[in-house]
Design a binder for this molecule. Sequence first.
Ligand code: MN
Length: 575
Amino acid sequence: MSWEEYEKKLRELGYKDEALKIIKPAFEFAERVHAEEKRESGEPYFTHPAAVSLKIAELKLDADTVAAALLHDVMENQGIKTEELKKRFGGEIAFLVEAVTKVERVQYKGIERAAESLRKMFLALAEDIRVVIIKLTDRIHNMETLSYLLQEKQKRIALETLELYAPLADRLGMWETKARLEDLAFPYVHPDEYKWLAGQIKHRREEREKYLERLKPIVELELKKENIQPVKIMYRAKHLFSIWKKLIKYEMNFDRILDLVAMRIILKNNEDCYRALGIIHQLWRPLPGRIKDYIALPKPNGYRSLHTTVFGPEKQKIDFQIRTDEMDKEAESGIAAHWFYESSGKQAKKLDDKRFAWVRQLKEWQKEHIGDSSADTLSALKIDFFKDRIFVLTPKGDVIDLPDGATPIDFAYHIHSDIGDSASGAKVNGKMVQFSHQLKSGDTVEILTQKNKKPTADWLDFAKTSLAKNRIRSFLRKEGIKEGTRAKGNKETLGAIITAKDRVGLLRDISSAFSNLKINITETKSGALSRDHHRIIISFQPKKSVPHSKILMALRQIKNVEAVVISAKGGSASG
Ligand code: MN
């Protein structure tokens, strides 16, 4: 790409003379330095930094970051020294390029090295968020061109993308980046699942799009009647990987997946958003429990929008996302948008923003865990920072960010270790619950304490965060209590509960599905549900290497199988 073409694109994105003055020398230098180099695809190497920097420009970051993106591989690939960059481009750009290079040097080589690369990434993140934004953008372009690499390398890079980069983008509120990374990695990491899902989804998605296309003018008309002029109405297909994750959650049952395609209404201001929500609810009946006001109560990572699901014509469910243009842009670029909008200069490097308090939390956490083995560190990091999050409230309305599946025990220890240690009961939304109760986003949680109450070993089963687990363990150790009273479960048996219309050879197909996965069946039970429907319970010994999703997928593909549930109690369940 020539400078003239490149300049034209930047101007279209709103970059002015002042910015171009900073970017042009970086463009020319990088083009010259990479001149002899080729990518695996055979293209000139410079196409890569040029593409990455244009993606950065689309996020509307400052000129220094665009320049640094152009230069991001000159140290690593061509041995250019920091001093030279400093002389040519100044300290700021040299710093960014050097920081990106430092992260780059760590290669993902399995779990041991992953912790190391995470730690580096987080250090960079805490230092200057732009470094990580360049890394994420670099990764998108590398994923887009991944097919040119050797197969073995493809898998490693894709896995790293899925395990480290996508969750990081998510935590930075860069959802578009996250979605893109996941969908690019999906076919490399889970090729069979990807093929299956893509085939399943194709016509369902087209059908949904046609349906929403018919509804769009109806929505427009109703808004117009109330004098609301939407900026834009569009329907967005949900990205494949998130559908896949949902399917796993819902036992591969497509009927439970509502939002293959959602309708998004972009409006001028908050007031219009709330009015539009009311208009849609008058038009079609809302589904209880699906109305979410993330404008009044944004997610801690900053996401703002109104969500609702309604019963549309022909009793079909429709998901709506209603938001302003600003909220929509922020959802795309997350922390990057924040950086850009709220700072024209260079002083926004510190993350004082409350939304990103977890970055500070992370630094603290790192300090505490310096001596840990890498595998432990990584799994703890993944659980605490990368699992899907839920957001619950204290009775005073403070938002607490916890991992999905967290219980009142986690909540209690998150508030204060003393509250955890002396917890005697928990109330969720005003009702008493067990400590094993799984919290949901939006729950208000209250912990009751008693002076001489003590943690017990079974709390370890309820706790999801390593913070709570460590606290409980150290308490038990102090008290001389052994953890060992809990079942070790090395001969654990699970049950697959299958509902199917009976036919010849059904049982044979089911058992061969298990033997194809090399899973041992320990018991088979079968009973009639109705004249032609049967319930079959297969007890089996699970294998770590075979995720439930694989089993569910294999079973659901068998002819006449209508529903499958995998249950821990299945082994002993009857009927
Ligand atoms: Mn690169």
